[in-house]
Design a protein around this ligand. Structure first.
Ligand code: AMP
Length: 396
């Protein structure tokens, strides 16, 4: 893998694609600067070599035109505090504003370009736009793992204009290394825990994983499609009737491939989708009419914790229930705790995908697992297809 460590940036202007898509409060204070902090080592490596850094990022989903609330100017002050140096700002990512600022930039200096997505050519992956961006720098560095699954101008197309001068930043390299640890795991048993709302979003990834894992643990809303497909009564639980065949096929394939598949045996049900709803615990195959399953039950929790804590490699994607509601978070919390236990016993654990990351953070356990991925969609797509457009563009 070609990373910034294999490149000397002395007297070079590095065009660095980062993911500064951070959340703000109403006064434009950054409420979570994790993504900005993540990019600092790559920025500092370039500066330390004696290069200059031209930062490119998207922020939010503007409607292809300038919108004040999505301006990256709101990031300049904080970034400059974190770096301990001035950060220059160009009011557009292409055109004279960008060209002049980039050409005046000296070694050791940092320039942030305005939001790439103020131009629709960014997400369209327009070649001429990518070329215009490329003219600003001498070398291309991609450190935006969260958007590496998109063939956008700044994440993928631009790489072709730097045939010999394109490398991965540390965030990208780290993410890829950690996912590959799971996908090429030699430490068995390998356990994948899949939860979340729907089967539909997870079918491809489950199919891919069946060749790589020993245990597949199913939880969350998608469980009820498996239960109904096998003839259980699921009341008014979340279900995808059109995915019942797929669920049965997953069960069959898992059996054929020697993967132990675990479906919940009991469930915590509610008479409304609300934290204060009436609740009870029942056999997952016998949910009364008018009730819905919102969490795995205690027997399932116990079984899952046992399987997880005896695993050597673990991938977790998706909560076991509606963990946002205190009364239905027990299963998700139990899984998070079991992953921590396994990690303490020497297992390698990767948490990936939006809501399991939110869960592990909610329980304050993020630093007790091996790795928490920063890019949910990109991570899942990498597992599904074995690569990403943004990765191929540099590897090619
Ligand atoms: P996903 O984005 O597919 O990983 O789904 C995550 C969401 O699934 C979370 O917001 C959970 O609240 C929700 N979820 C988990 N279990 C259930 C369930 N049993 N019924 C309804 N929603 C659920």
């Amino acid at each position: 893998m070609k990373t910034v460590d294999n490149y000397n940036f002395k007297n070079k202007k590095a065009l660095l694609r980062v993911d500064f898509n951070v959340p703000f409060d109403k006064d434009f204070h950054i409420t979570d600067d994790t993504r900005i902090r993540a990019a600092l080592p790559t920025i500092n490596k370039i500066l330390h070599d004696g290069g200059a850094v031209i930062l490119m990022s998207h922020l939010g989903r503007p409607k292809d035109v300038y919108e004040e609330k999505y301006s990256l100017k709101h990031i300049v002050k904080h970034l400059s505090e974190l770096l301990g140096k001035e950060v220059k700002f160009a009011s557009d990512c292409i055109g004279d504003a960008a060209k002049n600022a980039a050409s005046e930039l000296k070694s050791g200096e940092v320039l942030l370009l305005e939001n790439l997505r103020f131009h629709k050519q960014e997400t369209a992956g327009t070649e001429s736009f990518a070329q215009e961006l490329s003219s600003l720098g001498d070398v291309y560095v991609n450190d935006a793992f969260g958007t590496a699954h998109r063939a956008h101008a700044s994440t993928t197309i631009i790489a072709k204009f730097f045939p010999n001068d394109k490398v991965f930043g540390y965030v990208m390299a780290n993410e890829l290394e950690n996912i590959n640890k799971v996908l090429n795991a030699s430490e068995k048993p390998v356990t994948a825990i899949m939860g979340g709302a729907k089967v539909s979003g997870k079918i491809l990834i489950i199919n891919k994983l069946l060749d790589k894992i020993d245990n597949l643990i199913i939880g969350g809303g998608m469980s009820y499609t498996f239960v109904k497909a096998q003839g259980g009564n699921i009341g008014i639980s979340l279900v995808e009737e059109d995915k019942m065949e797929v669920a049965l096929k997953i069960l069959k394939d898992a059996k054929e491939k020697g993967v132990n598949i675990y479906i919940p045996v009991d469930t915590v049900i509610a008479d409304a989708f609300a934290n204060e709803a009436n609740k009870q615990t029942v056999d997952i195959n016998n949910i009364p009419d008018g009730w819905m399953g919102l969490d795995i039950g205690p027997l399932t929790e116990k079984k899952y914790a046992e399987v997880i804590s005896n695993s050597k490699t673990i991938l977790w994607n998706g909560p076991m229930g509606v963990f946002e509601m205190e009364n239905f978070e027990s299963g998700t919390r139990a899984v998070a705790n079991a992953i921590v236990t396994a990690t303490q016993k020497g297992a390698y654990s990767l948490i990936g995908g939006g809501d399991s990351v939110a869960a592990i953070n909610k329980y304050g356990l993020a630093d007790k697992v091996s790795y928490v991925s920063t890019g949910g969609g990109a991570l899942l797509e990498y597992i599904e297809s074995g690569s990403l457009p943004g990765v191929e563009a540099i590897d090619k």
